[in-house]
Design a protein around this ligand. Structure first.
Ligand code: PQQ
Ligand code: CA
Length: 568
């Protein structure tokens, strides 16, 4: 049995499979399954668990895929396992041979694979894409995304759109050039490439592999000073999502390089933005920049999730997209043209801006919360600019962990964090393959009793309907179901189920290590299964400053847990 384009496009409603990152290419992470619900969830028990084994127990962020009774799940250090979805028995394993010089910024993680035809496709930390025969694990094709020696890496899950495999890249902390690529999923052959730093030309390739210019005409590096666009970052380091209705690919772009914004006056397009790309031409149809001239590492890579709502004033249905931006604001845009409709905080404290002007779509900055200019304040070269305290911290109101949207409740379920940072700027110059920040920082908690908070967010009213606080920062994705449940994991090791309308906790299970990955669900032979990967790691223990010290008792791991209802 092979994965077809129909399987991909209809993944959100076919309950026997999970073949896309996001439980559907729109990324809503909503399942229509109801067997496990607010009444029955108390009988949810483990069906099996599988250990990734070895000495490589680092951060595990993979969203499993399910097809034809098999689970495909990636693990730290660019590994991929095929398992029997019912028993957990290992069918095969692929382990990439990684060179010594890989430079992922934030742990040796991977967020999952894509599956198409007879292939399971995933990216490796040395910035390669590998397509494996889904039944045997044999390599069918392998392509280099970019040179890992220049700081490129790959951590996201690829997404399949119209038979193409869509990928971005990582490396924003090394002055790479962000790029979205579309390849023929069956052969790996490049179809188009779209850099995400203004000034760089896109290319489309014809059947013979001949490039045609697909550039950003007339706007060459206008929003960057001098040569800075050549190493401008804006890495789209998370999954792309696709809405068949608008026929647009939505992907977020990361921080401009370097972090020190005094070196690059201007908006620095298309960094810290949502961009919408036409899948047939590779052209940017619209862009919305959440943090123009980002000076806080507010990578805007957070997922842009298509959803509909009825405008309370006109009663008309609006084709919208929601994004819990790392900068602390929940942004709602018209997903046909990018126009900003609504912007409101989903965290308790935002220092860098007062809000957005909905007419211009631009933030209203608080200039005194931009770290000081080291060239005018500190006496010039080699000096440190003024330190400012600003919330959210650069690890964000929300980071890599994807939120979920329930069409049933109309709410987004956002894994948010409350923290701030001391941040300052320093001089820096670009050196290939070296960190390119020009900034120093210490992350600090805002509150004694919690950092994480799962929040039910109404995208229309801008209200937080309920929240469940968590001591450690939340770092795992969310799933919601027609059983009126919200599932999410915690660094303390719990997978939890929450009543989607009331916020009441109705179930929890201790997985043995921190959960920083998104859960999935499917059904087989009339039984509903729920799976999540467990294994603490990612950016928090590496970059988390005072927060990392507060939670340094958490243990690493590496396993998949699968649950179903206990039959009495
Ligand atoms: O700019 C980039 O290219 C880039 C890539 C990644 C990544 O690939 O994981 C992260 C970040 N930035 C980043 O800023 C960040 O906070 C972060 C956290 C994590 C993680 O997996 O826990 N990755 C990344
Ligand atoms: Ca970054």
């Amino acid at each position: 049995k092979e994965v077809t384009n129909d399987d991909i496009v209809n993944d959100a409603t076919i309950t026997t499979q999970v073949v896309t990152h996001g439980l559907g290419t729109k990324g809503q992470r909503y399942s229509p399954l109801t067997q496990v619900n607010t009444e029955t969830v108390k009988d949810l028990v483990p069906a099996w668990s599988f250990s990734f084994g070895g000495e490589k127990q680092r951060g595990q962020q993979s969203q499993p895929l399910i097809f034809d009774g098999k689970m495909y799940v990636t693990a730290s250090y660019s590994r991929l396992f095929a398992l029997d979805a019912k028993t957990g028995e290992k069918l095969w394993k692929y382990e990439a041979r990684l060179p010594d010089g890989i430079m992922p910024c934030c742990d040796v993680i991977n967020r999952g694979a894509a599956i198409y035809d007879n292939l399971v496709i995933f990216g490796t930390l040395d910035a390669k894409l590998v397509a494996l025969d889904k039944d045997t694990g044999k390599v069918v094709w392998r392509e280099t995304i970019e040179d890992y020696k220049a700081g490129y890496s790959f951590t996201a899950a690829p997404q399949i759109v119209k038979g193409m495999v869509i990928t971005g890249n990582s490396g924003g902390e090394f002055g790479v050039v962000g790029r979205v690529d579309a390849r023929d999923a069956k052969t790996g052959k490049l179809i188009w490439t779209r850099p995400t730093v203004e000034g760089h030309m896109g290319q489309k390739f014809d059947k013979d592999g001949k490039p045609s210019d697909n550039g950003i005409s007339g706007k060459t590096n206008a929003t960057w000073p001098g040569d800075l666009w050549k190493t401008g970052g804006a890495a789209p380091w998370q999954a792309a999502y696709y809405d068949p209705d608008t026929d647009l690919i939505y992907i977020g772009t990361g921080n401009p390089s370097p972090w020190n914004s005094w070196l690059r006056p201007g908006d620095n397009l298309y960094s810290s933005s949502t961009i919408a790309i036409n899948p047939d031409t590779g052209k940017i149809v619209w862009h919305f920049q959440g943090t123009p001239h980002d000076g806080w590492d507010f990578d805007g890579v957070n997922e842009f999730i298509s959803f509909e709502y009825n405008d309370p004033k006109t009663g008309k249905m609006v084709k919208a997209g929601g994004k819990a931006d790392r900068n602390g604001f929940f942004l709602v845009n018209d997903r046909t043209n990018g126009k900003l409709i609504n912007a409101f905080p989903f965290v308790s404290r935002i220092d860098w801006a007062k809000g957005y002007d909905l007419k211009t779509g631009r933030p209203m900055y608080n200039d005194d919360k931009r770290p000081g200019n080291p060239f005018t304040e500190g006496g010039g070269d080699g000096q440190k600019g003024e330190v400012v305290f600003a919330a959210p911290s650069f690890l964000g109101g929300k980071n890599q962990m994807p939120m979920a949207f329930s069409p049933k409740t109309g709410l987004f379920y956002v894994p948010a964090n409350e923290w701030g940072m001391d941040i300052w700027n320093e001089p820096v110059s670009y050196k290939r393959g070296a960190a390119y920040l020009g900034a120093g920082f210490t992350i600090k908690p805002l509150y004694e009793d919690y950092i994480g908070s799962l929040r039910a967010v109404d995208p229309v009213s801008g209200k937080i309907v309920w929240e469940v606080k968590n001591s450690a920062p939340l770092w795992g994705g969310v799933m919601t179901t027609a059983g009126n449940l919200v599932f999410y994991g915690t660094p303390e090791g719990y997978l939890k189920a929450i009543n989607a309308t009331t916020g009441e906790e109705v179930w929890q299970f201790q997985t043995g290590s921190g959960v920083i990955a998104p859960p999935v669900t499917w059904e087989e032979n009339g039984e509903q299964y729920i799976a999540v990967v467990s294994g603490w790691g990612g950016a928090v223990p590496l970059w988390g400053g005072d927060v990392a010290r507060r939670i340094n008792t958490l243990e690493q791991g590496g396993s998949v847990w699968v649950f179903k209802l206990h039959k009495s």
